[in-house]
Design a protein around this ligand. Structure first.
Ligand code: AMP
Length: 400
């Protein structure tokens, strides 16, 4: 099975509904502070413009929870699209109301209509059948280019796909790139394949770790989750973040790694702090000597060296989750240094997860990575081996 591409459809002059992810960050004045998500949708939109399509764009923004809220209007997105595309972008007052329907019906070839925030309607996140039908009724072709919400069974993502046959629905270029990268990574990685997994808790990544284990050659664990593994090995980790109820799972993962011959790495030293605060006193200590009541909030320099060496021969590197509390300068060094190491690796480097994508942008290493996934939740579900509701109905069998 593979994702059907927009390129395989005959969309010439047709009315095309594109589900985009325009969920961009805004400042207090409603200005877009990072328009990456808008820019990454442009390829698909331009492709449709070049084929004289009548284009309907739809997205959510923030969490208006089913109510109209001017703060979450897509008006700033319409403006930014206009300045990037250099053509008029109409904005509907609603997404399935009279205004949206009238404007969609009146579209001419090459014109673009942006529907108002999908989540102003409660039916969107409930995958309401009538909402899906109302959205679908506006167009002849459905394109999903919103990887970031493809793990959600929402009306514009999942419900809507049931109203189009396989000749009139597909993935856009952004979705295709994301899915192909993860497919390649998980099915046919160039070896050695190393996965670096960090972040706060084991519980959030347990399924991803279990799914990755048989596929990787090396597994490097950092961040808060490392302490549950260290405790499972009998170390005293002081007041570091530990999920006691997952110690057995942590032991099982380490046993399974041994059985499969996967090289399993944990931090050998940490930056320990007296309190969870930027102004805390800190110490560099080995993972065996974390003082009572102190907590490990970053990996230490010896761990950076260890991880660097273990990544030396890797041909594929997947990184999901920071190595420490990177939001605080004091505990960001380990993640920053590892970011540079991954960026310099002679390997295919894939960065997944919102925090890690944010991190490599902060360090300026984003250009050096082979691929940065735009969707945190969706990429984690792919790593967990799950099918995405917004993708499954756009898959086709390969003809042999
Ligand atoms: P996740 O959402 O699970 O990927 O976790 C990301 C969060 O993990 C970030 O906000 C980090 O601040 C946090 N984090 C990383 N390392 C630690 C640590 N050693 N202790 C507590 N939180 C951590």
């Amino acid at each position: 099975m593979r994702l059907k591409s927009i390129k395989e459809l005959n969309i010439e002059k047709k009315k095309v509904f594109i589900r985009c992810d325009f969920n961009v960050p805004l400042d207090d004045f409603g200005n877009i502070t990072d328009d990456r998500r808008i820019r990454s949708a442009i390829n698909t939109i331009r492709y449709c413009i070049d084929r004289d399509c009548k284009i309907i764009l739809a997205s959510h923004l923030g969490r208006p929870k089913g109510e109209i809220n001017a703060k979450y209007s897509l008006a700033p997105v319409a403006k930014r699209l206009h300045s990037i595309l250099k053509q008029e972008v109409l904005l509907a007052k609603d997404c399935i109301g009279d205004d949206a329907k009238a404007k969609a019906a009146a579209l001419s070839e090459g014109e673009i209509l942006l529907l108002e925030n999908l989540r102003f309607e409660a039916g969107e996140t409930k995958n309401d059948a009538s909402m899906a039908e109302a959205l679908a009724s506006m167009a002849e072709v459905y394109i999903n280019d919103a990887f970031g919400v493809s793990h959600r069974a929402h009306a514009s993502v999942e419900g809507i796909t049931h109203h189009f046959d396989s000749e009139s629905k597909a993935g856009g270029f952004l979705l295709q790139k994301e899915i192909e990268f993860f497919y390649q990574l998980l099915k046919k990685p160039v070896r050695p394949f190393a996965a670096i997994v960090g972040g706060s808790k084991v519980s959030g990544k347990l399924q991803a770790l279990t799914n990755l284990l048989p596929k990787v050659d090396k597994l490097l664990i950092g961040g808060g989750m490392a302490f549950t593994f260290l405790k499972a090995l009998g170390e005293d980790v002081g007041a570091s973040l530990v999920e006691d109820e997952l110690i057995e799972d942590a032991k099982n993962i380490m046993d399974e790694a041994k059985r499969l011959g996967v090289k399993f790495y944990l931090p050998v030293d940490v930056v320990a702090a007296e309190k969870f605060s930027e102004d805390s006193v800190i110490k560099f200590v080995t993972a065996k000597e974390i003082p009572q009541n102190w907590m490990g909030l970053d990996i230490g320099p010896a761990t950076v060296k260890l991880f660097t060496e273990s990544l030396n021969d890797a041909q594929t590197v997947l990184w999901n989750g920071p190595m420490g509390v990177y939001e605080m300068d004091k505990f960001s060094k380990g993640s920053h240094k590892l970011s540079h190491v991954v960026a310099q690796a002679h390997a295919t480097t894939v960065v997944g997860g919102g925090d890690t994508a944010d991190l490599v942008q902060r360090t300026g290493d984003d250009e050096e990575m082979t691929f940065i996934s735009t969707g945190g939740g969706a990429s984690l579900e792919l790593l967990e081996g799950k099918e995405l509701p917004g993708v499954i109905n756009l898959m086709v069998k390969d003809e042999i």
